[in-house]
Design a protein around this ligand. Structure first.
Ligand code: 0X9
Ligand code: ZN
Length: 307
């Protein structure tokens, strides 16, 4: 049974997304963005009051299979958006003026694998595609985009956790995401990709130390978003360009989206700072999602007013 304060398996998330779309037809619709390597559907939710020529923000969760707090946040966000419409003035205005595309789980095969029994699977990161000339499975979806692809902070060896894949967009899941953004590039003004852990708000670039053209605006937006986030429970976040703030790593979706023309492109690394790491206790789902919502609302409001 689905709960916003528990980690839900993929079947439960898929049933939840079907249900929430059916129950809120004026605000939510569900479509299939693509199909994974193992044949699982990748469901996408669109949230917003219908209108003409709306700007949009795309948010994905569940790139890396073991980062369970990420899909939990996407579910939380959708629920809060729906419940706030008509009661909270900030969210009402956001949904009147913007559409949010929310992909609760990108790496559906990997996520399903972390739920199967057998010790080591819980810490799986990559996709589950079979590699040529190797018995090792999977590609790192966040090294598989065409942004300095495989040049730095990524591995060309199939057995490594940061394997960049045989080519950029070799994975069905990353190709589906890139195709969707290319197709909707005229409306998509923001791209948010939710990871864990480390408590960071990152923006381009991560494939080079070169500063983004919009560095100053992104930096001050990140600074304010982090200060909103911290105001709730005092959680400390670092922020800045990925390469300098975490590490150089090419092929990420944030850098790719930015170079494709999505100016407001961010990676969030949610809680914690390493005590529990990817195994964040369910008791932290609520505070993590609540504080993250503050950062997200700040960024979305800035996009609404400036994009
Ligand atoms: O390495 C990653 O893909 C992300 N960290 S994680 O621990 N969740 O794996 C950081 C991504 C930052 N952005 C890029 N490297 N483009
Ligand atoms: Zn990650």
């Amino acid at each position: 049974v689905h709960s916003y304060e528990k980690y839900n398996d993929l079947d439960t998330i898929n049933a939840w997304s079907a249900n929430i779309a059916a129950q809120n037809p004026a605000l939510v619709s569900r479509s299939q963005m693509g199909t994974s390597y193992e044949g699982r559907p990748m469901y996408l939710l669109k949230i917003g009051k219908s209108g003409l020529n709306k700007k949009a923000i795309f948010m994905d969760c569940g790139f890396h299979a073991r980062e369970w707090i990420s899909p939990a946040f996407c579910q939380w966000f959708v629920n809060e958006a729906i419940n706030s419409y008509g009661t909270d003035s900030q969210f009402t205005s956001l949904l009147n003026n913007l559409d949010f595309y929310v992909l609760p789980v990108l790496n559906v095969d990997g996520y399903a694998y972390t739920w199967t029994s057998g010790g080591k699977n819980r810490m799986w990161r990559k996709t589950r595609s079979v590699n040529k000339n190797s018995s090792c499975i999977g590609t790192d979806p966040n090294r598989n985009f065409n942004a300095g692809w495989c040049s730095v902070g990524a591995s060309s060896r199939a057995c490594d956790e940061t394997y960049c894949g045989s080519t950029a967009e070799s994975e069905r899941e990353t190709k589906a995401l890139a195709d969707f953004i290319r197709k909707n590039i005229s409306s998509i003004k923001g791209y948010l990709t939710i990871h864990s852990y480390g408590q960071m708000l990152l923006f381009p670039y991560s494939y080079t130390y070169k500063l983004a053209d919009d560095h100053n605006e992104l930096y001050s937006l990140a600074e304010k978003a982090v200060s909103q986030l911290s105001s709730l429970y005092g959680t400390k976040y670092t922020y800045g360009p990925g390469g300098k703030t975490i590490y150089l790593a090419a092929g990420g979706s944030d850098d790719w989206a930015y170079d494709a023309g999505v100016k407001y492109s961010f990676t969030l690394e949610l809680r914690d700072n390493g005590r529990y790491g990817f195994a964040l206790p369910e008791s932290q789902i609520r505070p993590t999602c609540q504080e993250t919502m503050l950062a997200l609302k700040h960024i979305a409001t800035h996009i609404m007013n400036n994009a």
